[in-house]
Design a protein around this ligand. Structure first.
Ligand code: GLU
Length: 297
């Protein structure tokens, strides 16, 4: 069972893990600010990891731009930034551990075949297990899936309370390495959170549904499970999550405090109006003294 938010671990270590598919936009700023305030207000560390697993989706220069924006906003991280693009061997080693336990199998189904023979789950079609036990392992140009089972995965989210999900009906056996050789987010995030010793994960609620898959992989790989807090996500006028796909605009670093004040307001905090006219250092002093996660809507 994953630890509760407040009952855990003396040495808090949080992280912000942006995907460099574009510059930092207001939605990712909220996740950065929430994870930063929660970590720093508890004298914890705050790490930054660039999640650039998928080369075609990466935008040249975006990682550098995101880091420069965090710096301009006065958000200092601990240690070296790690880049997922440089960690394929570590992900492969984790797959080998699962493979040895007989938990992986190659899958040659096309998207269309899966869509045609499946019911919809939380994240698209639930994989019906077509390739389970069908192909000899070791062919490199197939996707690799991990076996799931009927037992529910349960955890308590710091804001949303108890969450329970049965992977067999929510997603089915899920992909850990795609047919093109790219490691899945679900695998990489688990390997990296463990490798970096992350104790507390603060991120957007769009990832709440992914957390049971991640806890399941932590259990299979013998890693500790961090505590989780899923923040509300920023949506545009159409109700879509801000992202590169929905044309979110970059955070304007010429007015850093205005952006930071807007981010903490979004998180339910109540900064005084004059704070918007102050500087970055005064903003953080106020924000750290007054941070109350119980106010997050
Ligand atoms: N890289 C993911 C994103 O930008 C976040 C992953 C995470 O925080 O676990 O949406």
């Amino acid at each position: 069972m994953a630890p509760d938010w407040n009952t855990t671990l003396p040495n808090y270590r949080g992280r912000f893990a942006p995907s460099p598919t574009g510059p930092l936009h207001f939605g990712s700023l909220v996740a950065a600010v929430g994870s930063y305030l929660e970590a720093r207000s508890r004298q914890g560390e705050w790490l930054v990891r660039i999640e650039n697993l998928d080369p075609p989706r990466e935008v040249a220069g975006a990682a550098r731009e995101i880091l420069a924006t965090l710096e301009a906003l006065g958000m200092e991280w601990d240690g070296e930034v790690i880049y997922q693009s440089q960690r394929n061997e570590v992900y492969q080693a984790a797959l080998a551990v699962l493979e040895q336990q007989g938990l992986l199998y190659p899958c040659v189904c096309s998207r269309k075949e899966i869509a045609d023979s499946s019911i919809n789950g939380i994240d698209g079609p639930v994989y019906p297990g077509t390739c389970r036990g069908r192909f000899p392992a070791g062919r490199s140009s197939t996707a690799l899936r991990v076996l799931t089972h009927d037992d529910s995965i349960e955890f308590r989210d710091a804001l949303r309370g108890p969450i329970r999900q049965q992977l067999a009906s929510a997603t089915g056996d899920f992909v850990l390495r795609r047919a093109d050789g790219i490691y899945a987010y679900q695998l990489a995030v688990v390997v990296d959170d463990a490798a970096q010793g992350v104790t507390h994960v603060v991120r957007g609620v769009d990832l709440l549904d992914s957390t049971p898959r991640q806890i399941y992989l932590q259990q299979l790989l013998g890693y500790p499970t961090p505590a989780y807090m899923h923040l509300p996500v920023v949506t545009n006028a159409q109700g879509e999550k801000l992202s590169k796909q929905t044309q979110a605009t970059a955070v304007d670093v010429s007015m850093p405090v205005v952006q930071l004040v807007a981010a903490v307001r979004f998180l339910g905090q109540t900064p005084p109006a004059e704070l918007a006219e102050s500087n970055v250092a005064s903003f953080w002093r106020w924000a750290l003294e007054n941070w109350s996660p119980q106010k997050i809507p």
